[in-house]
Design a protein around this ligand. Structure first.
Ligand SMILES: [Zn+2]
Ligand SMILES: [Zn+2]
Ligand SMILES: [Zn+2]
Ligand SMILES: [Zn+2]
Ligand SMILES: [Zn+2]
Length: 245
């Protein structure tokens, strides 16, 4: 983060300067400017810019999400509000389709990337939409979702088996995705993840291997039957707790 005292401060009149991040005028005295740029609101706005794809260049704010310059008197907050639906869309693309635009928005990369296809491409909503509609992408998303969610191939091609819920799910992106948001499926996760939070117990093998029925405690180097009762017993056991003292 830039900490230059005059970062975002532009000349406004003989007696005043303007902070283009906060959209306020400040008396043109070093003390006043310092007070403003050290303020929490100002700092909040600077970190906001990184998340929102906005950058200052020669006193002008540019937005990467909208591919445009902000209008001269448009404040950061006004613009953030203006493009919020686009930010929400990017958030959904990240959650649902593993499209990562974080580095692009922070001006650390000129491209966005698809984490499941392992490719980068130019940012535009059209490009993203075209990409996520490709069959290859959908297949890769499914492959990524399955092991994270304990879902496995079965003999036929039109279903997958969810180990966590012991149920069959139609083998399509939509159904698999919907299932991962399913209440019962989610409950299995939250129950167990709460239990092993900061306990150094791993569910990875259990989730990724169809026939693995154990979680693994990295601290004690032992296997534990992967269910709530047994995990609870283990993380509260003396032998496990001793590993943390
Ligand atoms: Zn400011
Ligand atoms: Zn914008
Ligand atoms: Zn992709
Ligand atoms: Zn399930
Ligand atoms: Zn342990």
């Amino acid at each position: 983060m830039k900490t230059d005292l005059l970062y975002g401060i532009v000349a406004s009149s003989k007696t005043r300067v303007r902070c283009i991040f906060c959209g306020v005028h400040i008396p043109k005295a070093k003390k006043c400017i310092e007070q403003h740029t050290n303020g929490s609101k100002h700092k909040e706005n600077i970190s906001l810019m990184t998340q929102e794809g906005i950058k200052e260049d020669n006193g002008v704010l540019h937005c990467r999400i909208c591919s445009m310059e902000l209008m001269e008197n448009e404040s950061l907050i006004e613009h953030v509000d203006f493009h919020s639906s686009y930010v929400d869309a990017l958030f959904d693309y990240k959650e649902d389709d593993f499209i990562n635009s974080d580095l692009y928005l922070a001006y650390e990369s000129d491209y966005i990337s698809c984490e499941v296809c392992n490719i980068s491409f130019d940012f535009s909503f059209d490009n993203i939409q075209n990409h996520v509609e490709q069959v290859d992408h959908e297949t890769n998303v499914i492959e990524r979702l399955k092991p994270q969610n304990g879902m496995f191939r079965v003999d036929n091609d039109y279903e997958v088996w969810c180990k966590l819920c012991n149920t069959y799910v139609e083998n399509t992106v939509r159904e698999i995705r919907d299932h991962t948001y399913d209440e019962i499926h989610q409950l299995w996760f939250t129950d167990l993840l709460d239990l092993i939070d900061e306990q150094d117990v791993s569910l990875d093998d259990y989730l990724a291997n169809e026939h693995e029925m154990h979680a693994f405690c990295n601290k004690c180097q032992i296997q534990i039957p992967c269910n709530k009762a047994k995990l609870e017993e283990h993380v509260y056991s003396d032998s496990h707790l001793e590993q943390f003292s």
